[in-house]
Every structure is written in C-alpha cells, then in structure tokens.
Write a protein that binds this ligand. Structure first.
Ligand SMILES: [Zn+2]
Length: 56
C-alpha cells in the first residue's frame, strides 16, 4: 500500500531539522544553507539527508 508521509530530516551540512514531504515533485533544499535534501523520482523521493523521524 502506497502512502505519502512527512518526515523530519536533519541537514548533513548545517544540522537544521525540517519537515519534508517524502514524495516531492521538486527538489527539496535546506531552508538555511540550500543543500539538496530530497530529489524527486516520480514516487518516493531520494532522500539525501539524515532521517530523524517519520510523521504518520
Ligand atoms: Zn543546511
């Protein structure tokens, strides 16, 4: 069963924690330093940051 989620990730560069959508349609960047956190794939995003928590 496919289910979209929001996840909390930590930026590897500046350690800012932010909530992102795990099925993004565009590149998700860190709000502070601009590092790429998640790439769109057409499905579940390719997460490039450390996952902290999954929000159901
Ligand atoms: Zn950052």
């Amino acid at each position: 069963m496919k289910k979209s989620k929001f996840i909390k990730v930590k930026c590897p560069d500046c350690e800012t924690i932010q909530t992102i959508f795990d099925h993004p349609s565009t590149v998700v960047e860190c709000i502070v330093c601009g590092r790429t956190l998640c790439l769109p794939t057409g499905g579940k995003g390719d997460i490039k940051a450390e996952m902290v928590q999954i929000l159901e």
